[in-house]
Design a protein around this ligand. Structure first.
Ligand SMILES: [Zn+2]
Length: 130
């Protein structure tokens, strides 16, 4: 399971970051908008893995990092929220991030040659141990 493997990686990082502390006060993880992650499963997995390591967590926050795209032709930057997309396509992009290149083009110049600047991957924003 994708979320479980991700949770394991997050817990490994957290263990390093808190160096021996057993109680995590707060953990904030940003999930890219262009990332197909089930938040509930991820939340459950992180909590369970921490428990199995003899650790506990008070406040686990999963936040969404908005996707930002940059046109390679004109340099324009835009977010997914700025463009009007069918709900269906929005869903598709969420679950198949690679589809972003088939359905989007630069709102300024119409080019399909753009890069994803933000919104891909997972980042640990904050870890606080007690
Ligand atoms: Zn452009």
């Amino acid at each position: 399971m994708h979320e479980w493997a991700l949770a394991e990686a997050i817990v490994e990082y957290v263990k390093d970051a808190v160096g021996g502390h057993r109680k995590i006060k707060r953990l904030v993880v940003a999930l890219g908008e262009l990332q197909s992650i089930d938040e509930e499963i991820l939340r459950f997995s992180i909590t369970e893995i921490l428990k199995s390591e003899g650790m506990s967590i008070d406040d686990l926050q999963l936040i969404e990092e908005e996707a930002v795209l940059r046109c390679r032709r004109c340099g324009h930057e835009w977010s997914l929220k700025e463009v009007s997309l069918d709900e269906e396509i929005r869903e598709l992009i969420h679950f198949v991030p690679e589809a972003v290149h088939s359905y989007l083009k630069c709102p300024k110049c119409g080019s399909r040659d753009f890069e994803v600047v933000k919104g891909r991957g997972v980042k640990i924003v904050e870890v606080v141990a007690e």
